[in-house]
Design a protein around this ligand. Structure first.
Ligand code: COA
Ligand code: MG
Length: 299
């Protein structure tokens, strides 16, 4: 998933607009973009959108951001939406892997109650919105097979640590927020899941968004969240690997496949190719929508 567009869960109008804006996923939000007084209504709007939207491989994945586990709202959120079969639940303010286990158990109960196949609904987690979550970065691995992506947020973390801003005078993130971003990349690799970059809030600054996307691709993120439909095409373009990278990746995968399971070091175009190149090639192939284990025979 390259682009994941947030849509406030109480706005049917925005959901209808979002569905064909080209985003790979929509994050239907029940948390911060919905006022306390509208939480119940938002649950119903999101559930009926999930039920009435046609699903297909081409249509965007539908993810629901529920309220954090310490709000007392998560149970009602899950009861309302899991039965409508979202692709994933995004947990905000995840404070450790134990929260992932807790959410996994709650989703399992709702899946069973509504007759959905066990394990169908995946989990994404925002892991840097609190100092506690950041310091527990290593604990997110091996807690639930549902966990498929980790992402980070700068706004809530600023509030948690008492920072008056998350950026310095030249517009780049200050150290704690750069650490949050780095920990997300590391925690995702450690857990074997996708790292998704945080939102770029200045939704009229397309040059700034593009630069942030390029840095995210370089550093290992596989996608980025958006807050406005106009951001989607820029994110998609940045996270789509260039065709020459895909061609090279396919050649590397074919070389390793031909060399068999005991392949160590190989050579391509006069350069050394070894295991890290293979892993990188698998990554590029997956980002291009190819299954690295099922490529056509190129020999
Ligand atoms: N999803 C779907 N449609 C959206 C959208 C979004 N995230 N953001 C804007 N739009 C729609 C608007 O409704 C508007 O359509 P309309 O003219 O038919 O009403 C159109 O796109 C143009 O919007 P624009 O005028 O440029 O912006 P805005 O001032 O209406 O909205 C925000 C600005 C920030 C309020 C809006 O982008 C938004 O709600 N973003 C998501 C916020 C969110 O979910 N935050 C939580 C996670 S950080
Ligand atoms: Mg928030």
């Amino acid at each position: 998933m390259r682009s994941l567009l947030f849509v406030p869960g109480d706005s049917e109008r925005k959901m209808r607009k979002a569905i064909d804006c080209g985003a790979d996923a929509l994050i239907l939000d029940l948390e911060d973009s919905v006022a306390q007084s509208r939480k119940a209504e938002a649950r119903q709007i999101v559930a009926s959108f999930l039920q009435n939207t046609e699903r297909s491989a081409q249509a965007p994945r539908l993810i629901v951001r529920v309220n954090a586990l310490d709000t007392g709202l998560t149970g009602d959120d899950l009861t309302a939406v899991v039965r409508a079969s979202p692709d994933a639940i995004l947990l905000p303010k995840a404070s450790s892997g134990a929260d992932i286990q807790d959410l996994d158990a709650r989703i399992s109960v709702e899946e069973a109650a509504s007759g959905l196949p066990a394990g169908q609904v995946l989990i994404h987690a925002l892991m840097t919105e609190t100092a506690t979550g950041m310091l527990a970065a290593a604990s997110f691995s091996n807690k639930s097979v549902r966990l498929s992506a980790l992402t980070w947020g700068a706004e809530d973390l600023a509030a948690d640590i008492g920072a008056s801003s998350n950026k310095n005078d030249n517009g780049s993130y200050t150290d704690v927020f750069r650490l949050a971003r780095s920990l997300t990349i590391l925690a995702a690799a450690n857990a074997g899941v996708d790292a998704i970059d945080t939102v770029f809030t200045d939704f009229r600054d397309m040059g700034g968004l593009d630069a942030e996307c390029r840095a995210a691709v370089r550093d290992g993120f596989s996608g980025k969240m958006a807050i406005h439909p106009d951001q989607v095409s820029i994110i998609n373009a940045a996270f789509t690997p260039p065709s020459e990278d895909v061609e090279r990746a396919v050649r590397i995968l074919a070389l390793f496949s031909a060399a068999g399971p005991d392949a160590g070091v190989l050579s391509l175009d006069g350069k050394m190719i070894d295991k890290p190149h293979l892993r990188q090639a698998e990554r590029v192939a997956r980002r291009a929508g190819l299954d690295p284990d099922a490529l056509p025979d190129l020999s």
